[in-house]
Design a protein around this ligand. Structure first.
Ligand SMILES: NC(=O)c1ccc[n+]([C@@H]2O[C@H](COP(=O)([O-])OP(=O)(O)OC[C@H]3O[C@@H](n4cnc5c(N)ncnc54)[C@H](O)[C@@H]3O)[C@@H](O)[C@H]2O)c1
Length: 250
């Protein structure tokens, strides 16, 4: 156990989660990285270095989430900053979309974030830690794509979960915010990046004219988790290259 505050990032084996963990480590946190992918998360912990802990956890399973927090608290100490980043999209046509897929997406993206926030906050309240939570939302919290109906519903849910949790936890000095990325260069966007027509479509809705980097999201996560954001709670910051302000295709 150390006095260094602990940050837990879920879905941190790669992409935005790994970049966020790196940014938080640079900002003085001891990191715990968790992911469903065992090999990837161990490699991520090694890449971050220091005494970063790797945890294997399926964010779609609340029992595993509880067990992960029990282990972190026993081996390292309480989590002061939680980043609910793990997410899946599962595309499919609306008319054929299965309830199973819809539930799977909500389980990981929304219910997992709720369960982790609740578990982290219980310990923060018990120990008087004025911690913070950063949820990974998306422009799809407010803009929809028909091919990912469950994903859009889950990210809209994250925006409202962020507000409700921020109100519930404000009396304890705990802040809850979200980051809403636009199109970011990660495995999740690989299909779009590799397809010139799809990329052209995404860029036609992006005034800054390029895909964003994971680091650009990570820097916003690190800001929201830091004392520099001490008067911000219940907010979603959209890091989207200007997409939401655009009312025509360029
Ligand atoms: N890339 C984008 O353009 C974009 C845009 C908006 C929002 N986001 C959000 O950012 C977050 C990270 O996405 P990314 O782009 O880095 O994608 P990614 O696919 O590269 O990374 C997602 C990570 O989550 C992990 N994961 C998946 N299911 C999990 C589960 N059940 N339990 C634990 N971990 C699990 C994966 O193994 C992977 O390491 C997601 O919440 C995503 O919705 C991404």
């Amino acid at each position: 156990m150390t006095d260094t505050p602990i940050a837990l990032v879920t879905g941190a084996a790669r992409g935005i989660g790994l970049a966020s963990a790196e940014a938080l480590a640079e900002n003085g946190f001891r990191l715990v990285v968790s992911d469903i992918e065992a090999e990837g998360v161990v490699a991520a912990a090694r890449q971050i270095g220091g005494n970063t802990m790797a945890m294997i956890c399926d964010m779609g399973d609340p029992t595993q989430i509880g067990a992960m927090f029990d282990r972190i608290e026993a081996q390292a100490g309480p989590v002061a900053a939680l980043v609910n980043n793990a997410g899946i999209a599962l595309p499919g046509s609306f008319l054929d979309y299965s309830l199973d897929d819809f539930r799977k997406v909500l389980d990981v993206n929304l219910i997992g974030a709720f369960a982790a926030t609740q578990r982290a906050a219980r310990t923060m309240v018990e120990r008087g830690i004025a911690g913070s939570v950063v949820n990974m939302s998306s422009v799809n919290a407010v803009l929809a794509i028909p091919a990912i109906p469950a994903y859009c519903a889950s990210k809209g849910g994250i925006m409202q979960l962020t507000k409700a949790a921020s109100l519930a936890l404000a009396p304890h000095g705990i802040r809850v915010n979200a980051v809403g990325p636009g199109s970011i260069d990660t495995a999740m966007m690989a299909g779009v990046n590799a397809d010139p027509e799809a990329l052209k479509k995404a860029l036609s809705r992006t005034p800054l004219g390029r895909i964003g980097t994971a680091r650009e999201i990570a820097d916003t996560v690190a800001f929201l988790a830091s004392d520099k954001a001490s008067y911000i709670t219940g907010e979603t910051i959209y890091v989207d290259g200007g997409r939401q302000g655009l009312n025509y295709v360029m």
